[in-house]
Design a binder for this molecule. Structure first.
Ligand code: 13P
Length: 249
């Protein structure tokens, strides 16, 4: 059966000392937590946070990786360097990477396959823009991003993939998809995974919801059949808001 997976994406926030303070609070307050947990600080805080969460029930994640192992890629960070820091998971295809930094599905797919090749778990983010939702294209966009993001990924590696449905219009805006709307897209993504990999894979894949998840709405979202966790942005920046989400219910 699927277990709940709550992840904090710290985006471009926090100095090392601020990151350390939050990580220490989370280790202390989540040690009796029953779910799977991850924090993804900026690259500059990975080593600091990694030392704090080591041996705890909180995994260490990176927010991106380069599409190549190493070489002339100014400004990029490779999977080899992330491995060296003890990173276990890489978030890929986040909407801020897709829309601000113009990452296309092909590039994201290259990163997904490289990260899996090096033994990482991957959180593959998908989600539609407001105009795509209003045009009735939410399912088609999520299907396309899922199919293209997973192209060439073997069934055996799919167990290390989590999908995060993050409707772009709900990120950082305070607008959450209703639990019903989110669940409908999650069910659709699960069906897409089923078409690609079969019924067992569809039943087992963890699909997180992301977009203005807060302590007040976490339990209603998690109660839905197809919502298996959360990828949290703003509310992940404080223990006071992340811990109640992580211990929803
Ligand atoms: P918010 O929780 O701030 O809406 O961000 C969601 C997100 O983008 C997590 O990756």
């Amino acid at each position: 059966m699927r277990s709940y997976y709550i992840a904090g994406n710290w985006k471009m926030h926090k100095t090392r000392s601020e990151a350390a303070e939050l990580a220490k609070a989370l280790v202390a307050q989540l040690k009796d937590g029953k779910h799977k947990y991850l924090v993804a600080p900026t690259f500059t805080s990975l080593e600091t946070v990694g030392a704090i969460v080591k041996g705890s029930n909180i995994l260490l994640g990176a927010q991106n990786c380069a599409p190549e192992e190493q070489g002339a890629h100014t400004g990029e960070v490779s999977v080899l360097q992330l491995k060296d820091l003890g990173v276990e998971t890489v978030i890929l295809g986040h909407s801020e990477r897709r829309h601000i930094y113009k990452e296309e599905d092909e590039l994201i797919n290259k990163k997904v396959k490289l990260a899996l090749k090096y033994g990482f778990e991957v959180i593959l983010c998908v989600g539609e823009l407001l105009e795509e939702r209003e045009a009735g294209k939410a399912e088609a966009v999520c299907e396309s991003q899922t199919v293209k993001g997973l192209a060439g990924v073997a069934l055996a590696d799919l167990a290390r993939v989590t999908i995060a449905y993050e409707p772009v219009w709900a990120i950082g805006t305070g607008k959450t998809a209703t639990p019903e709307d989110a669940d409908a897209i999650h069910a659709y993504i699960r069906k897409v995974v089923g078409k690609l990999y079969g019924a067992d894979a569809a039943a087992n894949i963890i699909i997180q919801y992301g977009g203005s998840v807060k302590p007040e709405n976490a339990a209603q979202l998690m109660a839905k059949e197809n919502i298996d966790g959360a990828l949290v942005g703003g509310a992940a920046l404080k223990a006071d808001t992340f811990v109640p989400i992580a211990k929803f219910g």
